[in-house]
Design a protein around this ligand. Structure first.
Ligand code: ADP
Ligand code: ZN
Length: 609
């Protein structure tokens, strides 16, 4: 009885904080329960996709519990962003990390000891210093939040030695509730987090991994630059986005070319000087509509909510990488695109990189396996989202309606006979030749290489005239992707038969192939960021107002208001402060600070019609 009573009290308090401080009308699915657990001094382990709303889960209890909450985060750039965003809301937040000079750090510590802070963000290595732990003894923290908790996993890419020692928090401060958060969903990592952080008694909150606002599209590479240009011009001419390429050279070339095409594009890779990288990242965050062209070095620690597209000009190596990279789009929940073009050449190149990489055979086999899963996703003829979620062990019953397969259903054809011909050409030529020569054999081309190798005498010579070169390429690509053929890099990309090809050659297996569309035709039906009916003049004026306010304070525009809030202002045209305050994303502090400026913009626009 007593228990229920306090929980009721908590939920009213929590809702009030959500509405007045953050300006949102209601909680998303498990936020309320997570907050209640912490307010009842219980631990929580939260697995929620990017953009799901993890931060509120500890920020609200931090405000409601006595004392200052400690947030452990490995990403220095993110800390600053989060603290700026909180300060905009009138929340007393600060961070301690190596980017501060000793005087500033001391003054923050003093604020903390004098109870002038609600949230303190700390890098893990700093938190674990004896000095810091001693300070913690004096203050009795409100809670510990361990962000990016998958960093404890030794299997993951983001492993951090310091994270392993965070279990000390439990041992030294057993009464202080802890919450660990991550967007990494696989069961092994989850288990590791629970064990290593001693969170075995914690409530587990597992939210679907799905990112419904992201539209997944994977097209065949045909003329990649032309395809990218069409995609950008048609759908994202004024949006911020990321274009990923595999090599530094390609990054530089692509960025230069995009600038020639009139886009505000900047390169980013590990070969650029640190200052250049920092400057490009800064412009990406602070200016509107900047495109970053990058290797995978870019992304960790980028929390920009209004990235409207992530485009891949090269195939990612694993589904995990693809999901993580595309996940940087649309954190604000607004529509966003994940766009990828790939071809047989990508497969050959990745296999080559893998072959030449250091690492044990077991490692290479594992990576090969992961690459095959990525290829499988590219070739799937059904809903991409279903396939993607299935890879992460999540079952989705219905096709999503928001991926290229759903928007433009893929036709399939019975490719059994074609597959037999293609495999047999590989076999008859001794598994020593690449795709182009094999296609010449099948199509009966009479050239020097054919005559030198006496391939015009083979029974397969000329049997495949019914299909053109493009169609044969598609057949070979799909046979490689499905593992009937492997690519031998030691022999310049020669195709070799795999065990599974036997069944096809014997006619025991049917092969259903994807009918490749002529070009990348899948198009989402709406423009991503802006609904059709929006008043573009007003929208631009609101953006300009936001940009100006952000510039005056030296912060990114999205920290003033997210696109979603700006869009609501544009649609609802508030006439006074009360109407302005009712818009989602406008809390008390932002109402006081910004109502006047934005109301003026709305009024002026009505004056001019
Ligand atoms: P995560 O850390 O899980 O990637 P964030 O905490 O950054 O996600 O939240 C993603 C976005 O959703 C932010 O713009 C945040 O302000 C917004 N958000 C979170 N909770 C709510 C809510 N209950 N109502 C409306 N917006 C929310
Ligand atoms: Zn779908």
């Amino acid at each position: 009885m007593q228990q229920t009573h306090t929980q009721l009290d908590h939920s009213a308090e929590a809702l009030e904080t959500l509405q007045h401080v953050f300006g949102y009308p209601a909680f998303r699915a498990p936020q309320q329960e997570i907050i209640s657990a912490l307010l009842n001094a219980e631990d929580a382990l939260v697995i929620m996709p990017t953009g799901g709303g993890k931060s509120l889960c500890y920020q609200i209890p931090a405000l409601l519990r006595t004392g200052c909450a400690i947030v452990v985060s490995p990403l220095i750039a993110l800390m600053q962003d989060q603290v700026e965003a909180l300060q905009q809301l009138g929340v007393r937040a600060a961070f301690l990390n190596s980017s501060l000079n000793p005087d500033d750090a001391r003054s923050i510590e003093q604020d903390w000891l004098d109870d002038r802070l609600d949230l303190l963000y700390v890098a893990p290595e700093r938190l674990l210093q004896a000095r810091m732990l001693a300070l913690l003894d004096q203050v009795s923290p409100a809670l510990f939040a361990i962000d990016e908790a998958h960093c404890v996993s030794q299997w993951g890419h983001d492993f951090r030695e310091d994270y392993l020692q965070l279990s000390v928090l439990h041992e030294r401060f057993p009464g202080v509730p802890r919450i660990a958060l991550t967007a990494t969903a696989d069961a092994r990592t989850r288990q590791e987090i629970a064990e290593r952080l001693k969170l075995t008694d914690a409530h587990h909150f597992l939210v679907s991994f799905d990112r419904p606002n992201i539209c997944y599209r994977i097209a065949l590479k045909d003329n990649p630059r032309g395809q990218l240009l069409r995609f950008l011009r048609d759908e994202h001419d004024k949006d911020a986005g990321i274009v990923y390429c595999l090599s530094r050279k390609r990054v530089d070339e692509t960025a230069r070319w995009l600038v020639e095409q009139g886009f505000n594009a900047l390169p980013y890779h590990a070969g650029l000087p640190t200052e250049t990288r920092a400057e490009h990242q800064r412009r990406f965050l602070r200016e509107d509509a900047v495109i970053i062209v990058a290797t995978i070095a870019f992304g960790m620690g980028i929390d920009k909510p209004d990235v409207r597209f992530v485009a891949h000009l090269d195939l990612p190596k694993t589904v995990e990488a693809y999901y993580q990279e595309t996940g940087r789009a649309g954190r604000d929940g607004q529509a966003a695109d994940a766009w990828l073009v790939y071809g047989l050449q990508d497969v050959i190149m990745l296999r080559q990189m893998l072959d030449q990489s250091q690492g044990s055979d077991a490692y290479k086999r594992e990576e090969q396996h992961r690459l095959n899963a990525m290829l499988g996703l590219c070739e799937v003829t059904t809903c991409r989202r279903q396939a993607l979620l299935a890879y992460f062990d999540e079952k989705r019953e219905e096709p999503c309606g928001n991926c290229d397969s759903c928007l433009n259903p893929v036709a399939t054809w019975d490719g059994t006979e074609a597959a037999q011909m293609a495999l047999s050409a590989v076999y008859r030529t001794g598994q020593r030749f690449g795709v182009n020569h094999l296609i010449d054999v099948l199509r009966g081309s009479e050239n020097d290489k054919i005559f030198q190798n006496e391939h015009h005498y083979l029974p397969t010579f000329g049997v495949g005239k019914a299909l053109d070169t493009r169609q044969w390429k598609s057949v070979y690509r799909q046979l490689v992707a499905r593992g009937y053929l492997s690519v031998d890099m030691a022999r310049f990309g020669a195709l070799c038969l795999q065990e599974s090809a036997r069944g096809v050659l014997r006619g025991e297996v049917e092969v259903l192939l994807r009918q490749d569309p002529k070009a990348s035709t899948a198009r989402r039906t709406t423009k991503t960021a802006l609904p059709e009916h929006i008043d573009v003049g007003l929208w631009e004026a609101l953006r300009e107002c936001r940009r100006q306010l952000a510039e005056d304070q030296g912060i990114p525009p999205y920290i003033i208001f997210h696109d979603r809030t700006l869009q609501l202002i544009c649609e609802q045209r508030p006439k006074n402060v009360t109407e302005f305050a009712a818009i989602s994303g406008v809390g008390d502090r932002k109402r006081d600070k910004y109502a006047e400026a934005f109301l003026r913009v709305v009024n002026n626009s009505e004056g001019t019609g």
